[in-house]
Design a protein around this ligand. Sequence first.
Ligand code: GAL
Length: 349
Amino acid sequence: MKKSFTFSIIALVLVLFSCGEKKTSSQASSTEPFIESGAIWLDTDGNQINAHGGGIMYHEGTYYWYGEYKGDSTYWNPKVPNWECYRTEAGGVSCYSSTDLTNWKFEGVVLKPDLENEDSELHPSNVLERPKVIYNDQTKKFVLWLHVDSHNYGKAAAGVAVCDTPNGNFEYLGSMRPNEAMSRDMTLFKDDDGKAYHVYSSEENRTLYISLLTDDYLKPTGTFTRNFVDKSREAPAVFKKDGKYYILSSGCTAWDPNQAEYAVADSMLGEWTVMGDPCSGKDAHITFYGQSTHVLPIAGKDGAYMAMFDKWNKTDLIDSRYIWLPIEFKADNKIDIAWQDKWQVSQVF
Ligand code: GAL
């Protein structure tokens, strides 16, 4: 009895001591929510966030997160025999806003599906994936590009929409096969000089195209490069740091996870050097069960970047989760994306 009493006192002192330690090292963050990858993330209304394969745009003090607004029933598409085509109704593109990257307000579905017209590309029976938005300083328009496809992924096209505000109703302008080539997984990248690029998996997803857009960001200029030829890279995410360009991407295994890879170049249309797998820690070799979608430069924090991944749940796609992790930069253009169960924005950036 006495022994256990003494033990309890020691344990209590240790607990108090460790609490004290914690408080001093993260005083400002005691009420700040954690970013807990793979957990259910709720918006400020208490609903599960539905913004898959998306990206975040920072504009005038607010982060806008755009993503696929997935329907709530997942089914296997028997019309696609050669791969495991699980899919769901395409519900358009959702938008959430936040000033701190943890409290997200649902702004609505900003690119609406066309529920009436079965021939519309925006009909829920088709595929709408990987939406990305950038702001055009000249036209003052928010420009959205996304992967638009038929129910069996045979169309392989890119759609474009515009809006005067980040959270308004985007007007759909139609789709194309940019540079007369197939376009599936995609991202946009806006450079410091205002030029923008459409980066997309082409040639049956075997080769990644980087295509310079017109000044209004609505069309390809016709200047493009073919990269990682026959290497089947998907899910591209592009960012720039200290004059170097980085592409993070996945392999090509449908909804199943695979190994991530990154490459570095001196210019968007230049030669890319493959650097290997940037991930480390638990399940790093399969991207922590995730697939890249975007890399966000943290506003006002030089050198701070966050990598965003989707953790797909192929048999219940709406319940796919999110993995967000900070990027650490090392010597010789190397990066490390280390697994963390949970972390706080103010403590890392
Ligand atoms: C993935 C792709 C996703 C989606 C999925 C369909 O490879 O990255 O965006 O198209 O295939 O199975």
